[in-house]
Design a protein around this ligand. Structure first.
Ligand code: PM9
Length: 459
């Protein structure tokens, strides 16, 4: 079967309220045309993020009931530690409440001012945590990643020539670690091949530089390796995962993605000294090492989720559902980023709304139209998120890519709801001349997209 049907049945339902177009018209105006300001109850299909939005299984919910809430030495911690060790193979497992705390502890322990941290592409929180420690976050992904039409099977790959040149230029002493984000979220949820991981490790071993994974979507990355990389078609996902991490010295993890939980994360490392440093910091800012800012029940749910995510039926459905949405849109001529990634479909807003100049936020205009017309919430990754004012001229400097991300929560929406999303976008594409541009009326000095307020042009 090309697009697998749901490998689960629904035991608990959460009713969705259908709002009317006039209601949404008023709500989006009151929200300053920023979907972060909308009440979630007014949304029919919420594709803002795939992070912390998964539906837990009956096994995970029953795990919550047997969570051990002891302050120290909790049974749930040992179960969690054993599971993470079995899946990833690392020696020290340190729980955190989510991914960015793992990044904060890792970089605080490893990065000194002026250090350089290469990655395929840093996710926002990774970059911010490197910079918070006065380090320089460098993106070294292959060039194809920046071409929305390039059909590379492993578009998240590290460019080894760029990385080798960085090491030569900066010197080993200024590079405390290199990261690989699997899958590469900021480049469209694109995977990294095992060959590229192996070669990255080989290069770094020559200089003794540690390799860490940003492992949020590790199982989806392993699925793409099984599907696309020669020699891996008959390998089990769990074996592919073990091989990926065998080339790493550690990882950070936001379990809100491939951990199938609503909160949780961890750092893993083989380095005894680093683990000790991180653990001492953890006690200061998160909690005792056997709970790390989580409840015992969260550790139980995370341990079960990390096992469930390796199920091949689940992964075939998961990646298949994202692909289903992408192909429905592509077949109708809607411009999307290719190939379709593991957790999201990205609309190319520049091509979707060619009549709206980039200074008038075509990505955000598309996001607004999707909510107002159909009750769908997506997120802009374009001029509102990354555009900057030139201090000399006052003109907006626009990013190269103007995208809208439709991130699919795990096990939450049925294929029928996904069809509704596709049909809505196709209809909007046919009526795209009606969509109006936007202008900014308020922006915060940093991360402006979260709180910005806008108005429609000509209003
Ligand atoms: N990613 C996403 O929507 C959550 C919100 S971001 C403001 O894609 C990677 C590759 C991520 C990621 C979160 C984090 C941080 C690290 N790396 O949200 O702190 O995609 O658990 O994880 C979001 P936490």
């Amino acid at each position: 079967m090309r697009f697998p049907a749901e490998p689960f049945k629904i035991k608990v339902v959460e009713p969705l309220r259908m709002t009317t177009q006039p209601e949404r018209e008023q709500l989006i105006r009151e929200a300053g045309y920023n979907v972060f300001n909308l009440p979630a109850e007014s949304i029919y299909i919420d594709l803002l993020t795939d992070s912390g939005t998964a539906a837990m299984s009956d096994r995970q919910w029953s795990g919550l009931m047997v969570g051990d809430e002891s302050y120290a030495g909790s049974r749930s911690y040992y179960r969690f530690e054993e599971t993470v060790h079995a899946i990833f193979g690392f020696k020290h497992i340190i729980p955190t409440h989510q991914g960015r705390m793992a990044e904060n502890l890792l970089f605080t322990s490893m990065v000194r001012p002026g250090d350089v941290v290469p990655n395929n592409i840093h996710f926002d929180t990774t970059r911010a945590n490197v910079e918070h420690n006065e380090g320089i976050a460098l993106d070294q992904v292959i060039d194809e990643a920046y071409d929305p039409k390039a059909e590379h099977p492993f578009k998240g790959n590290m460019d080894l020539r760029k990385l080798a040149e960085t090491i030569r230029r900066e010197g080993r002493e200024r590079i405390p670690l290199v990261m690989l984000t699997i899958t590469n979220n900021s480049g469209g949820g694109q995977p990294v091949s095992l060959e590229n991981i192996r070669q990255t490790k080989l290069l770094l071993s020559r200089y003794g530089i540690p390799l860490f994974f940003d492992a949020c979507r590790f199982a989806e990355n392993a699925f793409f390796i099984q599907e696309r990389e020669a020699g891996y078609q008959d390998k089990k996902i769990s074996d592919i995962v073990r091989e990926i991490f065998s080339y790493g010295d550690g990882c950070t993890m936001s379990a809100k993605k491939d951990g199938l939980v609503n909160i949780g994360g961890f750092i893993a490392t083989n380095d005894d000294q680093l683990a000790e440093k991180i653990t001492n910091l953890l006690i200061l800012v998160e909690g005792f090492p056997t709970y790390g800012g989580l409840a015992g029940r969260d550790l139980e749910a995370m341990a079960i989720g990390l096992q469930e995510v390796l199920d091949e039926e689940y992964l075939r459905f998961r990646v298949g559902q994202v692909r289903y949405l992408g192909e429905l849109l592509d077949n109708a001529g809607v411009p999307i980023l290719k190939p379709i990634g593991g957790h999201a479909v990205y609309l190319n807003a520049k091509e979707f709304l060619p009549a709206i100049p980039q200074e008038q936020f075509p990505g955000q205009s598309l996001v607004v139209a999707l909510y107002r017309e159909y009750g769908i919430r997506a997120v802009e990754i374009g001029t509102l998120m990354f555009g900057k004012k030139d201090p000399a001229t006052g003109k907006i400097i626009c990013p190269e890519l103007e995208m809208v991300r439709l991130a699919i929560p795990r096990r939450v929406y049925t294929n029928m709801q996904i069809s509704y999303v596709a049909e809505s976008i196709i209809e909007l594409f046919r009526n795209r001349n009606r969509v109006r541009g936007l202008k900014l009326v308020y922006e915060a000095p940093v991360l402006r997209h979260f709180t910005a307020r806008l108005e429609e042009m000509g209003s």
